[in-house]
Design a binder for this molecule. Structure first.
Ligand SMILES: [Zn+2]
Length: 725
């Protein structure tokens, strides 16, 4: 199998061939189970099965829970009794992009001579089933199979709480056949995989795979085994297996998305698909909660794009959106092709979990010296982007995931979320895979690596000042958006400045001139040997941006200095509290941790920073070059206001305000905001879910007010809130 040729879309010919193979193989299985004439020889069956596997490897997007490859074992001997569906279960045609969807909508519009209303519903990535109720009681539950005949999993359905065993409400039909999806919510799926890891068993690639495995468990067989094992040494193990099987089934959910044969006047009276759902729900059947009716192609696309971007907000895995013509009379007018309804289409999202090969595990050294292993993989399309690298965080994480170099691995990327290696595909192991060993020495400076303190999971290079990797990453970080936001100082520029020797370290950054840049190829216009040399656009941009950056506010410099644990949020709070580099340099750990939102860890790290000579040199050299380390407060704070000289602590949340927003509002009136209550505090504002600060204020006898009082302060009514001042 070739993993790197997998594709996130598929031609319609592949999609049709896939459906054909699924139906052929499923049908052969049924005939085998029925012990009627065998339509396929064993070797033909195997050949089709192999072709299906190959097709699914190339186009993972095609795989659904109905595929015979998704059932555990996948062999004919594992079969359940066949059940003939009262009405055949059709598959859906697929659209892999907006163009294909548009073409479908246009065909519909032409046939109906008007644009119809569309019902859009989330396409749950589960396993399609058919349930038959007689006199309101569940008679059979069967898998889709080849569409005409499925496998009887009624016995297992008893253990699935979300499948009603009896219909409730009024006018319950004598006969009702419904179709739906059996699936795992993501939280349950994660728990199952955590359990698999604990037991040293292979992970399920996705919830669909796990659901297919669970629904097709032979619980009855396990019960029989238990009878036989009673009193034997095996009993405990068999009990455990049985309990696990029962637990797996109980976590499955069920959603109905259609109906087959029935004798209900209630359903016959429905005019639209959405009305059908309402009526099915009244009988206690679970129907989709996300369905929406839209009147135009544009709105349908909006729905599709919304849920593509917000897939992580849905509690179950979706692989697309099913669009149906809502009006039932129109559905009848459009009818069916030989294998699919013309009135519905499945829009498929790019897959979020794919397989690829883990070529190597390399390490990178970050700006704070942390050495991070990362996966180098054969490039693969996942969730619409090409991925070839993913962080593995630390050596402990590598062994927890159990991946070896050379493994085929499951790779996940959901929307904007960074790609993550989930684990190895154990059945693909050949024995030639090798374990990752964390290097003992820094790949860039050769210093011995180790944890900073015992028990630390992170391994670091101790050569903080001079390690080329750390220096390069720090320099690049200075230009990043959260720091000084210098457009011309990207990764390549930082590398070029250091390698050419134009910069020895970050302290010299603001001393850069056009003359100096001439010695760095990266910033020089291409020229012949006899021509004079001039700096290029990138060089001009860098110099202009550096000049502008000199006036950036203090907090941006605090971020730029790569003080460990200090990000923009903490930096803003610290610079607001201390105002200048000088007073920050004098600050003690205690004073620093008194700032709201600054913990001991950050305080320690700041004191450490200002205790290091070469770091202080950076600050003084930058200052000599014209950096002002501007006190932010002079920009945003009025020199004085009605609350000048008053120290206020805010605890808990104030309705209509973010934490920072509430602080900013009173700082704008001249107040000083403190993070902790002391005898010097003038007022404590106690919002919702306030912690111990309110109690402390009471103990110290400090004035307290609530959200209403806070609003009074803002409206200028200080008297009623602070009468003693
Ligand atoms: Zn190093």
């Amino acid at each position: 199998m070739v993993a790197n040729s997998s594709d996130s879309t598929a031609p319609n010919s592949a999609s049709q061939r896939w459906q054909k193979l699924v139906d052929l193989i499923s049908s052969a299985r049924m005939q085998y189970a029925l012990q009627v004439s065998q339509t396929l020889s064993d070797s033909d069956y195997d050949a089709l099965f192999c072709e299906l596997l190959e097709l699914e490897t190339q186009y993972p997007i095609l795989v659904t829970g109905d595929s015979p490859t998704q059932s555990v074992g996948g062999h004919r001997s594992e079969l359940f009794e066949p059940v003939v569906h009262l009405e055949p279960m059709y598959s859906l045609d697929n659209a892999f992009n907006e163009g294909e969807l548009k073409a479908w909508c246009e065909r519909i519009g032409t046939s109906l001579e008007q644009e119809p209303q569309y019902l859009c519903e989330l396409k749950i990535d589960g396993l399609a089933v058919d349930a038959v109720y007689r006199d309101g009681t569940l008679e059979t539950l069967a898998t889709r199979g080849d569409g005409a005949t499925g496998e009887d999993v009624t016995l297992n359905s008893i253990l699935i709480a979300s499948i009603p065993k009896k219909l409730t409400g009024i006018s319950v039909p004598k006969l009702l056949e419904v179709r739906g999806e059996v699936f795992y919510p993501l939280a349950v799926f994660d728990a199952i995989n955590a359990e698999q890891t604990k037991m040293g068993k292979p992970l399920f690639a996705n919830p669909r795979n796990a659901a297919a495995g669970a629904l097709r468990q032979r619980v009855d067989k396990r019960e029989r085994e238990l009878e036989q094992a009673k009193g034997s040494k095996r009993e405990a193990k068999v009990v455990q297996d049985l309990e696990a099987a029962v637990l797996r089934l109980s976590g499955l959910e069920f959603t109905v998305h259609g109906f087959g044969e029935h004798d209900s006047i209630v359903l016959t009276g429905a005019r639209s698909q959405s009305e059908v759902y309402e009526r099915l729900a009244r009988w206690g059947l679970p129907v989709t909660s996300h369905a929406q009716v839209h009147a135009s192609f544009a709105k349908v696309v909006e729905f599709i794009n919304y849920f593509n971007e917000h897939r992580v907000e849905v509690t179950f895995d979706i692989d697309g959106v099913v669009v149906k013509v809502n009006d039932l009379a129109n559905q009848v007018r459009l009818g069916f092709t030989s294998r699919a309804p013309r009135w519905a289409i499945a829009y498929k999202y790019p897959p979020e979990v794919v397989r690829t090969r883990l070529i190597d595990i390399e390490v990178s050294v970050g700006r704070t010296g942390r050495v991070t292993p990362y996966a180098v993989m054969e490039p693969v399309q996942v969730a619409g982007t090409t991925v070839s690298m993913a962080t593995l965080h630390n050596p402990f994480e590598v062994s927890r995931k159990g991946v070896l170099i050379g493994d085929t691995v499951y790779l996940r990327k959901a929307g904007e979320i960074i790609p993550e290696v989930l684990g190895p595909v154990l059945e693909e192991r050949t024995g030639s895979e090798i374990p990752f060993v964390m290097p003992e020495f820094c790949p860039e400076c050769g210093n011995a690596l180790g944890p900073e303190t015992e028990g630390d999971k992170d391994i670091r290079c101790p050569n903080v000042q001079e390690c080329p990797a750390q220096l390069r990453e720090r320099l690049f970080h200075i230009g990043s958006r959260g720091a000084l936001d210098i457009e011309g100082l990207g990764e390549k520029a930082a590398q070029a400045l250091l390698v050419s020797g134009v910069l020895a370290n970050e302290a010299e950054l603001f001393d850069l001139t056009a003359d100096k840049l001439l010695n760095c190829e990266f910033f020089v216009n291409s020229h012949q040997e006899h021509e004079s040399v001039s700096i290029n656009k990138a060089g001009e941009v860098l110099l202009a941006q550096l000049d502008r950056a000199k006036g950036q506010p203090l907090w941006r410099f605090l971020v730029a200095l790569s003080i460990r644990h200090v990000g923009p949020t903490a930096a803003k709070k610290i610079s607001r509290a201390f105002g200048s580099v000088e007073s920050l340099q004098e600050a003690t750990v205690e004073q620093l941790s008194n700032v709201d939102g600054v913990g001991g860890r950050i305080a320690d790290s700041i004191v450490d920073f200002f205790d290091t000579d070469w770091r202080l040199d950076i600050i003084s050299q930058w200052r000599r070059a014209g950096v002002s380390f501007a006190d932010e407060r002079t920009d945003t704070d009025p020199v004085s206001g009605p609350l000048t000289g008053i120290t206020i602590v805010i605890t808990g949340s104030i309705p209509d305000f973010t934490r920072d927003g509430a602080q900013d509002a009173i700082v704008a009136l001249g107040a000083t905001v403190s993070g902790s209550v002391s005898p010097k505090t003038d007022l404590v504002v106690v919002g919702d879910k306030a912690g111990s600060k309110a109690e402390k204020a009471q103990k110290l006898g400090v004035a307290i007010t609530d959200a209403a009082g806070f609003h009074k302060l803002l409206s200028g009514d200080h008297q009623s809130v602070l009468p003693h001042l």
